[in-house]
Design a protein around this ligand. Structure first.
Ligand code: NAP
Length: 259
């Protein structure tokens, strides 16, 4: 049983749908005050309203994580609404699929600016407020793709997801003096709106390659994030938790068939 997050203030970037919504829902159910962030206020606010309807405390906020100005306004608004920032879930990310031969420098920059620089900017904007918390936590949503595995069309995406971990390993050292921990969750294939855009064949072939034989749920990631943000995880920093149903483990194409 984890100590309640009642009264704690949590920002979830990309919280309007997919994994971020799962993370935000788990935190809302745990009593935290949740700020749901996406570029589209109507979607962020609709998600916050869903949580409020179930007794949670939440608000929507429109911010683009590629904009330092947006993120500073987000941090200020969170302090104004909920008295500070205890936990940042740097989750928002994009995964357009393009093979290297067709990949343009602009495609590369767009994915990198969002996933990697966006993680840095989110941390930087929230840092002055996280420093004031006695339970400062940063939980980054990385991926198995990049840090552990590869997949055609995602060289740029994979580089950003591995890059987030490089960032984390120095951030956790720099921020330790403030009592802030920095950790990452590495999801495997999780059923989200973003993943659905890749088509049913992709989801089916992924499910077939996973020992637990199904995609993960967004709450599976939410519970891992909740643990890393908990009081009980105070001595864990610079670490990763893979949540993938065992997907990275089979040594060969037919290892699962032989099980
Ligand atoms: P998703 O369903 O497409 O949702 C993405 C969320 O991020 C939305 O709320 C979107 O809202 C927001 N967003 C995108 N760009 C943004 C920006 N520039 N500024 C602010 N918000 C932005 O994606 P997902 O599948 O949940 O993925 C979420 C994270 O999990 C990503 O970091 C991804 O790399 C990681 N991940 C996903 C999987 C998976 O299987 N789904 C696996 C491994 C890792 P708006 O469009 O309204 O801004």
């Amino acid at each position: 049983m984890l100590t309640s997050l009642s009264g704690r203030s949590v920002i979830v970037t990309g919280g309007s749908k997919g994994i971020g919504k799962g993370i935000a829902r788990v935190f809302a159910q745990s009593g935290a005050n949740v700020v749901v962030v996406s570029r589209h206020i109507a979607e962020a606010e609709a998600t916050a309203e869903e949580f409020r309807a179930k007794g949670g405390t939440a608000m929507g906020f429109a911010a683009d994580i590629t904009s330092m100005g947006d993120l500073q306004m987000l941090a200020e608004a969170t302090e104004k609404a909920y008295g500070g920032i205890d936990i940042l879930c740097a989750n928002a990310g994009i995964f357009p699929q393009t093979k290297i031969e067709e990949l343009s420098p602009e495609d590369w920059d767009f994915v990198s600016d969002t996933n990697l620089k966006g993680t840095f900017l989110s941390v930087k904007a929230c840092l002055p407020y996280l420093k004031k918390s006695d339970q400062g936590r940063i939980v980054i949503t990385s991926s198995i793709t990049g840090p552990v595995t590869g997949f055609p069309g995602w060289s740029h995406y994979a580089a950003t997801k591995a890059g987030q971990l490089g960032f984390m390993r120095t951030a956790c050292i720099e921020l330790a003096k403030y009592g802030i921990t920095v950790n990452a969750v590495l999801p495997g294939n999780i059923a989200t709106e973003g993943l659905a855009d890749l088509g049913p064949e992709y989801a089916q072939s992924m499910a077939n390659s996973i020992p637990l034989k199904k995609l993960g749920t967004v709450e599976d990631i939410g519970y891992a994030a909740l643990f890393l943000a908990s009081k009980e995880a105070a001595y864990i920093t610079g670490q990763t938790i893979i949540v993938d149903g065992g997907q990275i483990l089979p040594e060969s194409m037919d290892a699962l068939a032989q099980a």
